[in-house]
Ligand binder design. Structure first.
Ligand SMILES: Nc1ncnc2c1ncn2[C@@H]1O[C@H](COP(=O)(O)OP(=O)(O)OP(=O)(O)O)[C@@H](O)[C@H]1O
Ligand SMILES: [Mg+2]
Length: 486
């Protein structure tokens, strides 16, 4: 079996997202699709899986030309896609999610879906209760469910669009194991990512896209520098935290609070200085998110003893804390950070601190142009979040907060961003700290933590088990702390 793409072109207005792409992917191959933000990876994945129809070009599987007019047409032709955040109906059970969109025939009944799911669970070591509501499943488990569904519907080519961005390290291992078994069983896997190590680890070949064009295809492993050369047209300069001598006075204090629910230890004692960058390391769900959200005033995990510039703000809501300059940027940019269907201009109007009964659209539009310009967002004032790549969504979120936040709380600031966009984001964040912003961020990227933090707190199962100065942090040390080994 082989999948052949011939001259796929897809434009969005003036943007050529895919420019005459031709590529052959063999059966049993794990083929990487690598490229920086906006390179056109997701567009190609969407064309192949029937979510987007190309302007021109054809796709053949086993020498047969496919009609990819819709996602269900694509799946019944044998091509299934696992989205970054799988599309699932959260209130429905796992098995009902498998039935949504399946053909209405005797081969696709609830009983057969359940039987298939249990078989896949056993085969790949998943543990999903067929009757559990999907909202109780982690992102990793939703992916497993989606893989089971696609296999049930007959997928022979599986496309994974940045599948590791929202899952833990152990879930990632499990996913990779699954991908390898699928390839061994003769499936073709297209693995979309901009994480070089992941591509090197799992793929047998990789195709690099830049600005909608194929820059080259390589057998793996190959020198990482070769891939970087194909991805970018210039060498990237490493940059890091220069010195932390210039930290200001204490601006935020959490002391001896009554802490409910997630924090096992029941107590948090932390101080943060003006201009400081503090990283929160830990596996997904170890408590970092709870802490960030409660400092933002979104959760009441930390209910007492939150002081901002010596003032007790424990009872102040998120809106109040925003007035003190607190801002929270969530990991799920599409769903939690931005509003689906609203344009950049509408976001600017919504985020404006000078909101009143009447909206000055002309002003909002001008403001959105300025943000697009300043943050180099690939889009227009009329762009909606769904039309922006992950990196551009993060740039927009940064653009929507005021210029001088006092405390910036971020989950995974560069998750899903390519190297260059990540470097850009950190350059911007560091310029904020020079103006006095304190940054607290969670990350699962050790390099990011070690490069940019003044201090790192490591979380394990809901409690902080270690505080480290960034000079004390090594990959080995962080790795064992994450696993709870002090
Ligand atoms: N629905 C759409 N409407 C308009 N423009 C779009 C749409 N979808 C994608 N684009 C544009 O096409 C280009 C390629 O985007 P695509 O999402 O394929 O990039 P990507 O390589 O997946 O990037 P990322 O790594 O950030 O996910 C970008 O410039 C993007 O803004
Ligand atoms: Mg993408």
């Amino acid at each position: 079996m082989s999948l052949q793409l011939r001259s796929i072109t897809k434009t969005f207005g003036p943007i050529v997202a895919n420019d005459s792409l031709s590529l052959t992917i063999e059966s049993g191959e794990i083929h990487g699709l690598l490229g920086e933000n906006g390179a056109g990876k997701s567009t190609l994945a969407k064309v192949l899986s029937g979510f987007v129809s190309p302007d021109s070009g054809t796709v053949e599987l086993d020498d047969e030309q496919l009609k990819l007019s819709s996602p269900s047409a694509a799946v019944s032709s044998g091509i299934g896609i696992l989205h970054q955040e799988p599309l699932v109906f959260l209130d429905f059970s796992a098995v009902d999610n498998m039935l949504v969109g399946s053909p209405r025939d005797g081969n696709h009944t609830k009983d057969l879906a359940e039987e298939h799911l249990l078989k896949i669970c056993e085969q790949f070591n998943f543990s999903i209760d067929p009757l559990i509501p999907v909202q109780k499943l982690s992102v990793g488990e939703r992916q497993q469910l989606e893989i089971a569904r696609l296999l049930w519907l007959g997928a022979r080519v599986l496309i994974l669009d940045e599948p590791t961005t929202a899952i833990s390290g152990s879930q990632r291992e499990n996913l990779f194991q699954t991908i390898r078994s699928l390839a061994e069983a003769g499936m073709s896997v297209i693995f979309v990512s901009h994480k070089l190590e992941e591509i090197q680890e799992i793929c047998s070949r990789v195709t690099v896209l830049r600005q909608g064009r194929i820059m080259g295809t390589k057998h793996l492993p190959c020198p990482t520098s070769d891939l970087i050369d194909l991805m970018f047209d210039r060498e990237l300069e490493p940059q890091g935290r220069k010195s932390s001598d210039s930290l200001g006075s204490i601006c935020l204090e959490l002391c001896g609070q009554k802490v409910t629910t997630h924090f096992e230890s029941g107590k948090v004692d932390m101080t943060f200085r003006t201009g400081e960058i503090v990283g929160l390391a830990g596996l997904e769900g170890a408590g970092q998110r709870d802490l960030l959200r409660s400092i933002a005033g979104l959760d009441d995990t930390v209910t007492e003893g939150v002081f901002f510039r010596s003032r007790d703000i424990g009872d102040d809501s998120y809106i109040h804390r925003m007035q003190y300059g607190f801002h929270y940027l969530p990991a799920d940019r599409g769903r939690e950070g931005l509003v689906d269907g609203l344009t950049i201009t509408e976001h600017v109007a919504l985020a404006s601190p000078q909101r009143s009964i009447a909206t000055d659209w002309k002003l909002s539009r001008e403001e959105s142009k300025k943000i697009i310009d300043k943050f180099s967002i690939k889009g227009t004032p009329e762009s909606v979040p769904a039309s922006l790549s992950g990196g551009n969504q993060q740039r927009l979120l940064l653009g929507l907060i005021p210029d001088n936040p006092t405390v910036l709380l971020m989950e995974h600031p560069t998750r899903g961003l390519d190297i260059e966009s990540a470097a850009w984001v950190w350059k911007y964040l560091m310029s904020l700290t020079e103006e006095g912003t304190t940054i607290l961020f969670s990350s699962s990227d050790f390099d990011e933590l070690m490069t940019y933090c003044d201090r790192i707190f490591v979380f394990f199962e809901g409690a902080i088990i270690q505080e480290l100065a960034s000079v004390e942090a090594t990959t080995e040390r962080l790795g064992s702390l994450l696993g709870g080994v002090k």
